[in-house]
Design a protein around this ligand. Structure first.
Ligand SMILES: [Zn+2]
Ligand SMILES: [Zn+2]
Length: 240
């Protein structure tokens, strides 16, 4: 498998009953990368890989639903399983506002607009989105396949900023169309329109609020995208 993404958690803004915040496990090019560390995703991560298997961590922004479990990961690595020197790419706010998440366990690099880096055979490119605190979407490439992750964004950003058309776009779609403008997030309709305009080949929706009408968000996204769309399911692995 050239590149895959496993959903560890996909609830928007807070975990719903039995759910988890945003978190994904990326595998490809010999690399295992944890992308976003929402509440509940550290537990889910360990049902797929061990803590020693995580080569690097990428955190899109400092909101709790995307970063809280980085604290637990630090505690486990620093005091229990004995790991040091784990690369973490995150906007400065994650590093500055964290609870003892520094070296020697976690080695932070600032994730900024248009940053690029590699983890083994997996390449990343970041783009700052339209969201409250500094938030970075990422393009991930491995083995000739490309995944885009919008992180959190309002409609003032487009996945086209992640470069050439993506094989799979993992897009936030926080609520249905009747809540557009509520906050710096996308409705299902907006996610579908942006993905279509950017030429994404497949669209996978995530970050729905636990209160959202999932069928409605999916239907409006499909109408706007013009093709079938899927809703992210926790525990499921998608081949990019
Ligand atoms: Zn969020
Ligand atoms: Zn956010």
């Amino acid at each position: 498998m050239a590149l895959s993404v496993t959903v560890l958690g996909c609830d928007g803004s807070y975990p719903g009953p039995g759910g988890a915040g945003s978190g994904y496990l990326l595998r490809g090019g010999g690399a295992t990368v944890w992308l976003d560390c929402g509440p509940g995703t550290l537990a889910a991560l360990q049902t797929h890989v061990g803590l020693h298997d995580v080569d690097a961590v990428v955190v899109s922004h400092e909101h709790p639903d995307h970063r809280n479990d980085l604290e637990g990961f630090h505690v486990a690595c620093a005091y229990i399983v004995g790991r040091e020197g784990i690369p973490v790419w995150a906007p400065a706010g994650v590093r500055e506002h964290g609870y003892h998440t520094g070296p020697p366990t976690l080695l932070f690099s600032d994730l900024v607009d248009r940053a690029s880096f590699t983890v083994k055979g997996m390449a990343f490119f970041a783009s700052r989105t339209d969201h409250g605190p500094e938030t970075l979407a990422v393009r991930v490439e491995s083995g000739g396949r490309s995944l885009g992750y919008t992180a959190d964004t309002g409609p003032g950003w487009t996945p086209a900023r992640l470069g050439p058309p993506l094989d799979l776009l993992l897009s936030e779609a926080t609520y249905p169309v009747d809540q557009e403008g509520h906050s710096q997030h996308l409705s299902g309709r907006q996610a579908g329109e942006l993905a279509r305009a950017a030429g994404a080949r497949r669209l996978l929706l995530t970050h729905l609020w636990p209160t959202a009408d999932r069928a409605a968000v999916l239907a409006e996204a499909e109408a706007a995208f013009g093709e079938a769309v899927a809703l992210a399911e926790p525990g499921r692995t998608y081949e990019v």
